[in-house]
Design a protein around this ligand. Structure first.
Ligand code: ZN
Length: 308
């Protein structure tokens, strides 16, 4: 490991299948990166060991003095203590794991943990689609629907670290959700739901991307599925804008890859319900792709270093 050179910050995204590590300079420009499989079934220790291996690989070939590490991980996390609080079924022995402490012990530098959707939003605000914005709702339309809130220029975490989770509030129909609830936005706007809703209508099994392509090619069922997703997203934006007076929404995740299809399907119902503030909400597609989470995690680490 070369400890000489300019200061660098590491950002790590521990996802259900892939762990991604980026090494950034102080301007959050990526100077090196590595990715590998997440051993999600082997427990927290193995997951951290896998992330440390990837970090060792990039540090061995890229000079720089590591000053801090940030991690974004799925689930509910305690961002202050750096523990995972609640993890999905796809992770073994992850809930309760002291992620930040384990990294701090292994690397000897400050380490921080954020929920992955919170990290996504931090990333897009630090160096992506919403640079400099002060009041933002972030949404990720991936396997599930995630949400995060940025208010007054800082992440709003709430009483239990779950603020902004607009994907799991009822009022979006009556379909059963993966979380056990009913009528959540996730039942309309996640990749899994787009696939399922299209399958129910047609008996055909397509991926969310293929449903989007079918919609653009004139398939009425595919278009209806995306229209329901767009209307649901618009409703979520209207509610959040009314409650929090956000100025901007950033939307990422796989389903947002069909932006030319999705954008008008959100904007139309959104225009029909203007916020009481009189200021229309700005709708932006995410700009950083898969880098948003690790860069947001690195941005958190950089922020903590400068405010200590
Ligand atoms: Zn739900």
């Amino acid at each position: 490991m070369r400890e000489s050179g300019a200061p660098v910050v590491a950002g790590i995204d521990i996802g259900g299948t892939t762990t991604q590590v980026v090494l950034c300079d102080e301007e959050l420009t990526v100077v090196d990166r590595a990715a590998g499989a997440t051993p999600a079934r082997s427990g927290g220790r193995a997951m951290i060991a896998a992330a440390l291996d990837l970090l060792s690989t990039v540090r061995a070939r890229t000079p720089g003095r590591l000053t801090a590490v940030g991690v974004g991980a799925a689930g509910v996390v305690d961002a202050a203590s750096g523990h995972v609080l609640v993890a999905s079924d796809s992770f073994t022995d992850w809930a309760g794991f002291p992620v930040a402490a384990a990294l701090r012990a292994a690397l000897g530098v400050p380490a921080f943990l954020d929920n992955d959707v919170n990290a996504f939003l931090r990333g897009e605000i630090a160096c992506g689609a919403a640079v400099g914005e002060r009041d933002v709702l972030g949404m990720t339309l991936g396997t599930g629907v995630g949400g995060a809130l940025w208010t007054g220029g800082a992440l709003h975490t709430g009483a239990h670290g779950a603020a902004g989770e607009i994907g799991h509030v009822p009022g979006f129909g009556d379909l059963p959700c993966t979380c056990g609830g009913r009528g959540h936005l996730e039942t309309l706007a996640s990749a899994r739901s787009v696939r399922a809703r299209y399958g129910e209508r047609t008996g055909r099994e397509l991926t969310a991307r293929e449903v989007a392509e079918a919609a653009l090619a004139g398939d009425a069922d595919a278009r209806s599925v995306y229209a329901a997703a767009g209307a649901g997203i618009a409703r979520a934006v209207v509610m959040t804008a009314g409650l929090m007076d956000i100025g901007t929404v950033v939307i990422g995740g796989g389903v947002s890859g069909a932006w030319p299809l999705l954008e008008p399907l959100i904007l139309e119902p959104l225009a029909a319900e203007p916020p009481i503030s009189g200021h229309p909400v700005k709708l932006l597609p995410a700009a950083l792709g898969a880098d948003a989470v690790p860069l947001g995690a690195a941005a958190r680490a950089r922020h903590e270093l400068t405010t200590r």
